[in-house]
Write a protein that binds this ligand. Structure first.
Ligand code: GUN
Length: 301
């Protein structure tokens, strides 16, 4: 049987259409959902990600403000975040990662007000996620969870092997997959004999950013694969001069999978859509109770 191609782009477009209708119907236009995106430095991939995020937001009525600095001190960045925290017209704030070496992301990400932390990286939101409390779930894990849900992929008692223990993807996804009653193994850069683990996976999630990492002999027949890898590889045959590559060698691995996400068109569009979902929820005060007529507009923190 050919593998089921998990079409993230199709689901993403459906979700975006639903959100566009909600934004119109809830009469949020008076104060449209508004996402502030901060970028520091000159990471090429970040430029592309931010362009995709702003384009998708605009399409459904989410306003975006981009704040860009090539160089900035931690203190100045903290001041910008504070102003955005205090601004009642801003509902979501993200600081695009990676940050330049002079800035410690741990110092910065936790300065974003938890109610506006639509990336879900603040330790309060991370803690709430661990306890299954309402929170902003990080976008990539949320996008993958939605695909699992929509495609009715069995997780209970299944062995989910995640490659990559980043705070953006691997670590929160590990918690979420345990919530779905999967047995979870998280592999990372220091894991010895990666194949020993990947071969056991009923569900394999690769979030490394190393094209060609996952070959056919590393997986078992019938595995479900989510390829989170997004590496921009130079390609002079395309207009943009780059091609997006996942971690999995799709041509050789997909024939033995029961289901697999393509790159592009798999996890990527779901990640962008999950961020938009979090921003809309923040604007509606769905995670933290909205309190009117206050400079600090959310109660509890
Ligand atoms: N860099 C790569 N993925 C992400 C993400 O989901 N959020 C932020 N802020 N930066 C990223």
């Amino acid at each position: 049987m050919p593998p089921h191609i998990l079409d993230g782009k199709k689901i993403a477009l459906q979700k975006q259409a639903t959100m566009a209708t909600i934004i119109q119907n809830y009469n949020l236009q008076a104060l449209p959902p508004h996402l502030a995106i901060i970028q520091v430095g000159d990471d090429t991939a970040s430029h592309i990600y931010i362009k995709n995020k702003t384009k998708a937001c605009k399409k459904i009525g989410i306003k975006t403000t981009e704040i860009y600095h090539t160089h900035i001190s931690e203190n100045k960045l903290y001041k910008i975040i504070n102003e955005l925290n205090e601004d009642p017209t801003i509902h979501g704030i993200i600081v695009q990662l990676p940050l330049p070496k002079n800035i410690n992301p741990e110092n910065i990400l936790h300065k974003i007000h938890p109610a506006k932390d639509v990336d879900g990286f603040h330790f309060k939101n991370y803690g709430r996620l661990s306890f299954k409390l309402p929170t902003h779930v990080p976008a990539t894990p949320l996008g993958i969870l939605e695909m699992i849900h929509i495609h009715k992929i069995e997780t209970k008692g299944k062995h989910c092997v995640i490659i990559g223990n980043s705070k953006i993807v691997g670590a929160p996804l590990g918690i979420l997959m345990q919530h779905l009653q999967a047995t979870v193994t998280i592999c990372h850069i220091h894991t010895n004999d990666l194949t020993h683990f990947t071969k056991q996976a009923d569900i394999l999630i690769s979030a490394v950013g190393k094209p060609g990492l996952i070959t056919q002999k590393m997986v078992k027949k019938g595995v479900v694969i989510f390829d989170v890898g997004t590496t921009f590889v130079t390609d002079n045959h395309t207009i943009s001069k780059y091609t997006l590559k996942g971690d999995v060698i799709f041509e050789e691995v997909s024939p033995i999978c029961s289901a697999i996400t393509p790159v592009p068109g798999g996890v990527g569009p779901m990640t962008v859509t999950a961020l938009m979902h979090n921003t809309l929820r923040a604007a509606q005060g769905q995670v933290y109770t909205l309190q009117k007529n206050q400079t600090k507009i959310f109660k509890g923190y």
